[in-house]
Design a binder for this molecule. Structure first.
Ligand SMILES: Nc1ncnc2c1ncn2[C@@H]1O[C@H](COP(=O)(O)OP(=O)(O)O)[C@@H](O)[C@H]1O
Ligand SMILES: [Mg+2]
Length: 242
């Protein structure tokens, strides 16, 4: 469904993404892991159209979307969350999600019903009338997912939505991902919580300094000595230092 062909992105002298070739399949959960600065968020920005690629092509269902701006890609069905949640703090949760729902319909009742369904799907329906500014971190992360999901995407790019969550909250977030996948949405999961990546994803891609260095099943990724060296080992070392 989404294909990246030789996609690169430079910021001045920094090559954030280098010659990435990637296929994101229908209705799967694809994991994307790598150290801080590896280029994961930049890859999301390229897929969602936040900025253009320096070179390469991006196809969505066979259509070349390389030159399309973010709004048009969102209308086609590509939605993303932001690593730092960006809700409208002075609006209620319902209103926050409604904004996204208006992407798929101009009808107020239809958009309202879609917003409530998404709040239900993300476990926020009881908090629909709270202001976003009143939420705790786990709920803010859920709202970030809900806002993206409200647009009715085919592909949902989740950028570290489990960061800072406690184990029980991670379990709940994983359950939410499974529910979303079962509703027919393809998920790309950028996540440092390895337990979640290994359990949710059929396939995992590892980025290092902008390049894909491994693309395999979670089992093979966990056993890949290069990945352990570059990422899993380093993360583990960080854990021990913390
Ligand atoms: N908008 C930007 N302008 C300049 N440099 C950027 C920008 N976004 C990311 N970078 C740089 O690109 C590299 C990859 O960053 P990023 O994609 O955020 O990594 P990750 O999400 O894997 O931690 C880093 O060196 C970062 O400093
Ligand atoms: Mg990032």
């Amino acid at each position: 469904m989404i294909e990246l062909e030789h996609v690169s992105k430079s910021f001045g002298g920094v090559k954030a993404v280098r010659d990435v070739n990637l296929i994101i399949d229908h209705e799967k959960i694809l994991g994307l892991i790598g150290c801080n600065g590896a280029g994961k968020t930049t890859l999301f920005n390229l897929i969602a159209g936040q900025f253009p690629a320096t070179s390469g092509r991006i196809l969505f269902d066979g259509e070349d979307v390389t030159a399309l701006p973010a709004y048009d890609r969102a209308k086609l069905g590509i939605a993303r969350t932001f690593q730092i949640p960006q809700p409208l703090m002075k609006l209620s949760l319902f209103e926050n999600v409604l904004v996204g729902a208006f992407m798929r319909t101009a009808d107020r009742d239809e958009a309202g019903a879609a917003a409530m369904a998404v709040l239900d799907q993300t476990g926020l329906v009881d908090k629909a009338d709270l202001y976003a500014g009143e939420l705790t971190t786990p709920d803010l992360k859920r709202l970030e997912v809900a806002r993206a999901l409200a647009t009715g995407p085919q592909v949902l790019l989740l950028d570290e939505v489990m960061a800072g969550l406690r184990p029980a909250e991670v379990d709940a977030a994983m359950e939410m991902c499974r529910t979303i996948q079962k509703s027919g949405v393809t998920i790309v999961l950028v996540e440092h919580v390895m337990y979640a990546v290994m359990n949710l994803c059929e396939h995992v891609v590892v980025l290092d300094q902008g390049s894909i260095i491994a693309d395999d099943t979670p089992e093979n990724i966990a056993a890949d000595s290069r990945v352990i060296d570059i990422y899993l080992g380093r993360e583990h070392a960080n854990d021990e230092a913390a």
